[in-house]
Design a protein around this ligand. Structure first.
Ligand SMILES: *Cc1c(COP(=O)(O)O)cnc(C)c1O
Length: 226
């Protein structure tokens, strides 16, 4: 089941890339395995998945030792400041940095552990009250503040688009974030290197790829309903 689902998602990724005139290897698929057992992560691993997305620190700490070491874990959920210390050396990328206080805590813990943290800024493009993240107009200031932190590199931006029936409804959101991504790239702000645009989930990843996504986060489409 997982193998077939993965194959289908990869096919749809390729088609979206072709429509957009992009190379397939420009887009990384993150298998969002939150709530799913290690056995299902292993099915995905055996079918070639190497990037896994989780939204709870505890689940990352439990699952990571059970999966071969070349798998990468991505923190994609809201991260509490008091959990930073536990997760910072367990993940390849934190997608969900949604406040300057969180970035400051990441700097603090990274310095203590003498490591370097790669992060994305989460952007609440649609200004939904229920969601975390910076507003689009706050992104530049946030990047400038974080540029003071020597143990952090901001690799790009992430958004969780609203839940919609028709993915076309989210096209404009993806376009807006892509535009800000390009603008910020051109500003060459210290400690940021705008190379990752994390947008698109099961319902809308094809539209997100057409609008420039470089990382899609797909859960239901690979592992089934949660
Ligand atoms: C759960 C989750 C996903 C995956 O959602 P699906 O609709 O199941 O693909 C992607 N991104 C984030 C941040 C999530 O929490």
């Amino acid at each position: 089941m997982v193998r077939e689902n993965l194959a289908q998602v990869r096919r749809h990724m390729e088609e979206a890339c072709r429509r957009a005139g992009r190379q397939t290897d420009e887009v990384t698929l993150i298998a969002v395995s939150k709530t799913k057992p290690v056995s299902m992560l292993m099915e995905a691993y055996e079918a070639g998945a190497r990037d896994f997305g989780e939204n709870k620190v505890q689940e990352i700490l439990e699952k990571r030792p059970e999966i071969p070491a070349d798998a990468r874990f991505h923190m994609i959920g809201h991260l509490q400041r008091n959990k930073v210390r536990q997760v910072i050396d367990q993940v390849t990328l934190i997608h969900s940095v949604d406040s300057l206080r969180l970035a400051e805590q990441i700097e603090h813990e990274a310095a203590k552990k003498e490591l370097h943290a790669d992060i994305l800024l989460e952007v609440n493009v649609a200004r939904e009250e229920s969601k975390f993240g910076f507003f689009l107009e706050e992104v530049e200031n946030a990047l400038r503040e974080i540029s003071k932190y020597p143990h952090i590199t901001v690799k790009g931006l992430m958004t969780i688009a609203p839940y919609v029936e028709d993915p076309e409804e989210n096209r404009d959101i993806f376009k807006k974030l892509h535009q800000v991504f390009i603008d910020m790239k051109s500003k060459n702000i210290d400690n940021s290197n705008m190379s990752v645009l994390s947008m698109g989930m099961t319902g809308d990843y094809q539209v997100a790829i057409e609008e420039g996504s470089t990382m899609i986060r797909v859960g239901t489409g690979i592992f089934g309903a949660r």
